[in-house]
Ligand binder design. Structure first.
Ligand SMILES: Nc1ncnc2c1ncn2[C@@H]1O[C@H](COP(=O)(O)OP(=O)(O)OP(=O)(O)O)[C@@H](O)[C@H]1O
Length: 245
């Protein structure tokens, strides 16, 4: 029996601006990501990696095409329902951590739960458990400015997993970290992928980070141009229409 992909993009276009300022950031992307896969997205600066992540995750509207997550058309949902769906099913990690400076680590981590209406005491307990999972129990009362870059990114990871998401979207999560700290953060992604079965999509410039994924998607000029399984050292063909075989 064919298993439906967790994430499907069908001829997705994202166009910013009009006239002289028109930019075709995504030009007919079609791809599928299966439940439990870890996928890296690579490509030159400006090729559309962040746009792809934002369009697949529903952060941004798309100009044309279809995105299905668990078979649901994400961009057809009412904005409030889409926000709630994201809060419940997705976690996000960004290069600049995006922690709220006036909140402690544990307060940052519990925020996605409080935003979806989880009771305060339960949210706090789950946030503390998430901080234990990233090895930061002793930093729960610290503010972001009191954390190293690696610690701040681990708090962001705790925030991304606190809702037990099906998908984690990560945009250059190691972009601001040194090699050792990057590897430590990637070990955590690996752990959530293997132990929890979480689907992970990582945008990265770093070939060493991408090599840790199950599949690398290469983009150029708003299109997917190639795919590779880093363990098999094998390339996949991409048809003229951009659909990955
Ligand atoms: N809000 C926006 N308004 C107008 N153009 C945009 C906007 N966001 C992105 N773009 C343009 O869309 C194209 C793709 O940008 P995107 O950020 O997706 O690329 P990227 O591959 O993630 O780049 P980088 O690796 O430098 O972060 C670029 O030409 C960019 O200038």
């Amino acid at each position: 029996m064919k298993v439906n992909p967790l994430i499907s993009a069908i001829d997705v276009w994202k166009i910013f601006g009009e006239g002289e300022s028109r930019v075709e950031a995504l030009r007919g992307i079609s791809l599928e990501i299966q439940q439990g896969e870890m996928v890296a997205v690579m490509g030159p600066s400006g090729c559309g990696k962040t746009s792809l992540l934002n369009c697949l995750s529903g952060i941004d509207q798309i100009t044309q095409g279809k995105v299905l997550i668990e078979g649901k058309r994400l961009h057809d949902m009412k904005e409030k329902n889409r926000d709630l769906y994201r809060l419940k099913k997705m976690g996000f990690v960004f290069q600049s951590y995006n922690l709220i400076p006036v909140l402690t680590a544990v307060e940052n981590v519990e925020l996605p739960l409080l935003s979806q209406g989880v009771k305060g005491s339960i949210a706090r307990k789950q946030a503390e458990e998430a901080l234990i999972r990233v090895g930061l129990k002793d930093r729960s009362q610290h503010y972001p400015f009191e954390l190293s870059g690696g610690q701040a990114q681990r708090v962001a990871l705790a925030r991304a997993i606190v809702n037990k998401p099906r998908i984690i979207w990560a945009d250059e999560p190691t972009g601001a970290l040194d090699r050792d700290t990057s590897n430590m953060v990637m070990d955590l992604f690996d752990h959530f992928h293997r132990v929890d079965g979480t689907t992970i999509v990582i945008v990265t410039h770093d070939p060493q980070i991408a090599e840790r994924a199950d599949r690398i998607i290469y983009m150029d000029s708003g299109r997917v141009i190639q795919e590779r399984d880093p363990r098999r050292k094998q390339n996949y063909d991409v048809s003229a229409k951009g659909r990955v075989k």
